[in-house]
Design a protein around this ligand. Sequence first.
Ligand code: CP
Length: 312
Amino acid sequence: MKNNRFFNRDVVSIKDFQRDDLEYLFKKTDEMKKLSPKEKDELGKARIMGYLFYEPSTRTRMSFEAAMASIGGSSIGISDLKSSSIEKGESLQDTVRVMDLYSDIIILRHQLDGSSKFAAEISDHPIINGGSGSEEHPTQAMLDLYTMIREKKKIDGLKICILGDLKYGRTIYSLLYGLSNYDVEIILVSPPTLQIRQESIYGLKNKMKIVELVEMSEKVFRDADILYVTRIQKERFSDPQEYEKVKGAYTIDSNILKQFKSDIAIMHPLPRIDEISQDVDSKTNAIYFKQASYGKDLRSALLALILNESPL
Ligand code: CP
């Protein structure tokens, strides 16, 4: 395969990838799923993925580890800061520099906006942003777009409601940047104190129709194709009382689902706290665990493409 658009590249922001790049990644994800385990093993053989998780993670870290194993590679990393020299005060700069000595590619999650960009400037090997502060989570958005294509067969023409903590939820920003490559209609719904950061979506309103609301409205939701729900990001509130004021502000349950189109797809990057009731899980509309599963597929392809000039 020629013209691998991802070979040896950092994935710091989804803004660095155009529609053609994303669709190339989705196509390669589909193609890779058809390879035999032996063929896949060749893609990451003798390669090492390093991970540095300064914030907790279940899906991002495990799906990257599973993805690396699925292409025959191995993983080393830090997810328990107390058992590393970060606990002794070692800087991000030095930690990345050392991980760069031991790995072929590095996944970084860090509480600071700009952390992945900073790491990419230090590291000789590619950096993948596994979540940077409230700024971005580009591979989550890539797998979200892939999920929409797999489940809805298209992205153009979709009406997508995004509900939750739009101020701090980094997945939302990457998702909106990714969706701006498509012809979509967006409805943003959040409590008034958790509305989208206008400065971070500057320019997007020229590219797609965006409506902002502070309350769920049956009239607006009625013809939505996707409801993308996010949790309130408790850890990003400087004042715990402010969190208490918005905690439990919205819950999607099977009763509310009756207001929507029968085939609406409910997505969520997870973890879910209480914003989607467990009685929704058994509905065919609930695709959030399938979405998490696509994360491993997409990240396998992403790793294979970054690590190999001609992987397939
Ligand atoms: N969606 C997501 O980033 O999940 P984790 O925080 O568990 O990695």
